[in-house]
Structure formats: structure tokens, C-alpha cells
Ligand binder design. Structure first.
Ligand code: S3P
Length: 169
């Protein structure tokens, strides 16, 4: 098996990017990176605070800077935020030296896995399901175009997803 220089996980909120990413990194002997968590560490504040104070645009600028910095990190598995694919320059950075994996997940699973989550500003409203549907309709084609591997995650344990991914690399 010849391993990719790095693996980048994309997909919507609730796809399991962090859980699967951490397990996959362990399996490959790679370092796990989570761009949202690193942004929070650097900023000394959580994502809701960044959205509140700097707006979504402020967060997106931080996100692009982070993806640029992480694009040259070899032997890593990178979990990205669900909106990372929106900017064309981000898509370039995500593709760089990477096998891109799209963790494809139904709206029902996204809703289930993000229920009562306070750390996702885009879902703090009366109808998070409608938001997830809207975002999915815009972003699903972008995730699909970018991905080298599309892996369905519904009704699968993270362990099974990781095993199937390793088999496809
Ligand atoms: C976002 C997804 C979040 C985070 C931010 C915006 C999005 O990451 O980056 O709240 O635009 O879908 P997760 O996909 O890890 O929840």
C-alpha cells in the first residue's frame, strides 16, 4: 500500500470528520489535525465567539489562512469545517498533495448528530434542519467534485468507515 502524503476530510456538519479523522490518523500512523480546533486554539476563543465578534467573514478569513498553513503538513489527516469548500482558493489548498475524502451523510444523520450542539453558530436558530438542507444543496456538488473518494457514513460505525477507507487507499 502506498500511502498518500496527506488525507483531507470534507463533508457537512455532523458527518463525523473529527471522530473518523482521529481514528484514521491513528490507523495510518499520521498526525491528526482539526482546522476548527486549531483556529480556536490560536484565537483563544471558540467558534461562536469568533462568529459573534468578527462575523462569518472573519471566521472564513481565519479558515483560509489555516488551510494555507496546514496544506504543506505531510503525514497528516486533516478534518475541515463543513464550509471550507465554499471558497475556490480553499478548494485548491485542500487538494494540494492530498487524497480528499468526502464523508457523505444524509440530512437525517446530520440533524441527529448536531442536535443541541451549541458550538455551531449556523445552526442556532428555529429550524436547523432547513439550514442543513440548504447548505447541503449548495455544498454537496462541491464536496463531490473535490473528492477522490466518496464514502457513505450512514448506518456505519466510525470503525467500519475507517476500515473501508484504509482499504481504498
Ligand atoms: C461550518 C461548520 C463547522 C465550523 C463552522 C462553520 C459550516 O465545522 O467550521 O461552524 O459552514 O458548515 P464542522 O463541519 O466541523 O461542524
Amino acid at each position: 500500500m502506498s500511502l498518500p502524503k496527506r488525507v483531507v476530510l470534507v463533508g457537512p456538519m455532523g458527518a463525523g470528520k473529527s471522530t473518523i479523522g482521529r481514528m484514521l490518523a491513528k490507523e495510518l500512523g499520521y498526525r491528526f489535525l482539526d482546522s476548527d480546533r486549531i483556529i480556536e486554539e490560536r484565537c483563544g476563543a471558540n467558534i461562536p465567539w469568533i462568529f459573534d465578534v468578527e462575523g462569518e467573514e472573519g471566521f472564513r478569513q481565519r479558515e483560509t489562512a489555516m488551510l494555507e498553513e496546514l496544506a504543506s503538513e505531510a503525514k497528516t489527516v486533516l478534518a475541515t469545517g463543513g464550509g471550507a469548500v465554499m471558497r475556490p482558493e480553499n478548494r485548491q489548498l485542500l487538494k494540494q498533495d492530498a487524497v480528499v475524502v468526502y464523508l457523505k451523510t444524509s440530512i437525517e444523520q446530520q440533524v441527529e448528530r448536531t442536535r443541541k450542539d451549541r458550538n455551531r453558530p449556523l445552526l442556532q436558530n428555529d429550524d436547523p434542519e432547513a439550514v442543513l438542507r440548504k447548505l447541503f444543496s449548495i455544498r454537496d456538488p462541491l464536496y463531490s467534485q473535490l473528492a477522490d473518494i466518496t464514502m457513505h457514513t450512514d448506518r456505519k460505525s466510525p470503525r467500519l468507515v475507517v476500515r473501508q477507507l484504509v482499504n481504498r487507499m
